[in-house]
Write a protein that binds this ligand. Sequence first.
Ligand code: TRP
Length: 457
Amino acid sequence: MKQHHNERVNFGSRLGAILAAAGSAVGLGNIWRFPYETGNHGGAAFILIYLGCVFIFGLPIMMAEFTIGRRSKASTGGAYEVLAPGTCWKWVGYLGVLTGFLILGYYTVVAGWTLEYIFQAATLGFSEKTPDDFVVMFQHFSQNPLRPLLWLFIFMFATHFIVVRGVKEGIEKSSKIMMPVLFVLVLLLCVCSLTLPGAEKGVEFLLKPDFSKVTADVFLGAMGQAFFSLSLGMGCLSTYASYFGKETRLGHTAMSVGLIDTCVAVLAGLIIFPAAFAVGIQPDAGPSLIFITLPNVFQQAFSGIPVLGYVCSIAFYVLLALAALTSTISLHEVSTAFLHEKFHFTRTRAAWIVTVGALVIGVVSSLALGEWSAYTIGGMNIFDAIDYLTAKIMLPVSGMFAAIFVGWVLDRSIVRGEATNYGTLKSSYYPLYLFILKFVAPIGIVLIFVNELGLLG
Ligand code: TRP
């Protein structure tokens, strides 16, 4: 442990801390998962409930994770042991590590798909294709036993080598460049998509809530998406917070990360749905949604100026891959730091164990979409089952425990001290924040689970 503390480097600036945390939060969750969950759950009503989950559960729990991380100066696996030694709370930390490890496995499969699409975009693979061709192209690719695995391995190794080299310099610097560029590109694509003929139907789907479609499932989906997108509930952000300096303002950082993440998700929706409706693709196409609709946008929006379409399509998938990379790094770092601290492996050894383990999960979830699609758990293939188990069950459960821990167990002077930087900030939100952690978040999360089980009638 001691050695680890000595190695601990802080992010260089407050902005750096915000952008690194935003780099973890903004990723495939915003641009890939958010649109297809919105599509599956009927559109605008889902988004409203999602926003509620972000502000009611998400931001306070993010603050709670920041508090745990910055105060303990340890990664999740060890943080609870530092703050509540000799108690069962350490299992919450372990649960977080396991969750992050499972997510890393299947998330990297999708991150690998972005590499295939960079390759296709660069080799003119999108040209002269109709919307139907893109559907077939995606099916052929994702069901192919080998090709997605190749990209999965490449992506996992890229993550591995960055983590081994030590992420602090890399994460902060690359986030500072990539996040603004990603934002500009997202805005640009929004304009392209909104000007496609027939785009209004997509906008309507996004903005006009139809509450008759709201079922128990919608609440669970929205809550899971909020946790997933904000990188909550597995100590990713608490690990990052252990690198925050003492001048970092936790409340302000949580608010900024939440706003950036939400804006990118909603803008991604404004890119994808107008495009999907314009080319006649059903919004509930599931995980394949962005891989079918986006190539169409590039194809159609730029049909007059093919060069621009070519450049933008490559740029978009490169940025998507980089956004995914800052997220896979943060997921990988949690397990690597845990093994390094707990079992005193070298960082390299710890990283190898995580990489090989996550590759096994990745290979299984990749094959689950093709060769092994016949194996199902609760009616879902293994890919969907891991997604369901992690995002909709494990993240909310450990997020709830983080709220209970900070709300009820951790010394009040620490909680207040972290929120106010030990008396230097006003933090007028503090009473509300504490009330949410103590009552609203735990009870709300339990109610959503109970509702899903159908016990509320
Ligand atoms: N939030 C990231 C995204 O939206 C994915 C991610 C990174 C994540 N770290 C996490 C999800 C921790 C859940 C928990 O793509």
